[in-house]
Design a protein around this ligand. Structure first.
Ligand code: PQ2
Ligand code: NAD
Length: 278
C-alpha cells in the first residue's frame, strides 16, 4: 500500500543518547554551561571543562568543586589538541567567531557538536527537559521557540501524577527480577515475558506499581508469572498497604470541601424555607 511521506519532514531524531563514561568537552563556564553540565552529569559521562576562572558562573564553580567527573582547565580553548579523545563537543561561549571555529574543527574529526545559540553549528539541539529520573521528557520546538519549549515543559510538569518516578523505578526492578526467572533474548520465552509485562503495565495503576517492594515483586512473580496470570493489586498487597497509598491531591480536596459546605448551606436554606411555609 503506498504511504504519504510528505509530512515526514522538518523534525529531529529524538533519542536517549547513552553517554556513560564517554568524554564530553565543554567550552565556556557561564550560565548556559551550568545547564549543560547538569544534563551531561545525569548521563554519567565525564566532562572536560575549558573556561577562564574569571568567567565561571557560581553554579558551574559549584559543580567543579562537587565532582571529580569534571576535569577543569582555567584557560581559553587552545585548538585541535583540545579535541583529542573527545566523544562530544559543546560550546557555550559569548564569542560567535571562536564558536564557529571550534565547530569546524570538531566536525572535521566527526565529533557530534552543539554550539549554544548557533543552530547551523549544531549536529543536535538541546531541548527543554522534565527530569523526574528515571523519567526524562524532552520538549523540542526544533529551534522555532526555545522559550515556548520551556513553558510547555512547565505545563507537562504540572500534569504528571505524583510518584510517577517511583512506579517506573519499581517496574524496572520487576523487569530485572522477571529476567532472572526467564532469561535470554528473543524466542518464545521472550515473547511470553514481554506479553506478561505488557499486561501488568496495562492493568495496574501507577499508584499500585509504585508499591511493589521486593516481597510484593516475589509474590507477583510466584502467583502471576509462574501461573501465566496477572493478579490484581488487591491479591498482592494487604488492604492496609493500599489504603495507605491512596492520597487525594490537594487540588481535588479543595473543590470537595467547597462542594460539601455549599451542599450543607443549600440543605439548611431549603429546610428553613420549608419550615417557614408551614
Ligand atoms: C530548550 C533550551 C535547552 C537548553 O539550552 O538547555 C534551548 N534554549 C533554551 C532557552 C532559551 N534560549 C534562548 C532564549 C531566549 C528567548 C527565545 O529566543 O525564545 C531562551 C529562553 C530562556 O532562557 O528562558 C535564545 C536562543 N536559543 C537559540 C537561539 C538561536 C536561534 O534561535 O537562532 C537563541 C537566540 C535567539 C535570538 O537571538 O533571538 C537556539 C537554541 N536553543 C535551544 C535550546 C535549541 C533549540 C530548542 C528547541 O528546539 O526549542 C537551539 C536551536 C540550539 C541549542 O542551544 O541547543 C532552553 C530552555 C530550557 C528550559 O528552561 O526548559
Ligand atoms: N541555547 C540556549 O539555551 C541559550 C540561552 C541563552 C544564551 N545562549 C547563548 O549561549 C552563549 C553562552 O551564554 P552564557 O549566558 O552562558 O554566557 P556567559 O557570558 O555567562 O558565559 C560565557 C562563558 O564562556 C567563556 N569563554 C569565552 N570565550 C571563551 C573561550 N575562547 N574559551 C573558553 N571559554 C570561553 C567565558 O569565560 C564564560 O565562562 C551565548 O552565546 C548566549 O547568547 C544560549
Amino acid at each position: 500500500m503506498p504511504v504519504d511521506v510528505s509530512k515526514l519532514s522538518g523534525g529531529s531524531l529524538i533519542i536517549a543518547w547513552q553517554l556513560k563514561d564517554k568524554n564530553v568537552l565543554l567550552v565556556g563556564g557561564g550560565d548556559v554551561a551550568a545547564g549543560r553540565i547538569e544534563n551531561i552529569l545525569i548521563a554519567d559521562a565525564r566532562i572536560t571543562l575549558i573556561a577562564p576562572r574569571s568567567g565561571l558562573h557560581p553554579q558551574t564553580k559549584a559543580y567543579i568543586d562537587a565532582t571529580p567527573r569534571i576535569t577543569y582547565h582555567d584557560r581559553t580553548f587552545a585548538g585541535p589538541e583540545d579535541l583529542a579523545g573527545v566523544d562530544m563537543v559543546l560550546t557555550a561561549i559569548d564569542d560567535v567567531e571562536t564558536s564557529r571555529e571550534i565547530c569546524a574543527m570538531s566536525r572535521a574529526l566527526k565529533i557530534p557538536t552543539n554550539v549554544a545559540d548557533i543552530p547551523p553549528s549544531c549536529d543536535f539541539y538541546f531541548g527543554s527537559q522534565v527530569k523526574r529520573l528515571p523519567l526524562q521528557i524532552m520538549i523540542s520546538t526544533n529551534g522555532k521557540g526555545p522559550r515556548l519549549a520551556h513553558l510547555i515543559r512547565k505545563k507537562i510538569e504540572d500534569s504528571l501524577p505524583a510518584g510517577i518516578e517511583n512506579a517506573i523505578e519499581r517496574v524496572g526492578e520487576l523487569r530485572t527480577k522477571l529476567r532472572e526467572r526467564a532469561p535470554g533474548v528473543g524466542g518464545d520465552l521472550g515473547k511470553k515475558r514481554m506479553g506478561w509485562m505488557t499486561d501488568v503495565c496495562n492493568t495496574w495503576e501507577l499508584d499500585d506499581l509504585a508499591l511493589l517492594d521486593d516481597a510484593a515483586i516475589a509474590k507477583l512473580l510466584d502467583d502471576g508469572w509462574e501461573k501465566g496470570e496477572v493478579p490484581r493489586p488487591d491479591e498482592i498487597f494487604s488492604t492496609a498497604k493500599r489504603a495507605g497509598q491512596i492520597q487525594l491531591p490537594f487540588s481535588s480536596l479543595v473543590p470537595m470541601a467547597v462542594g460539601f459546605f455549599v451542599g450543607v448551606a443549600c440543605t439548611a436554606a431549603a429546610v428553613h424555607r420549608l419550615s417557614a411555609r408551614r
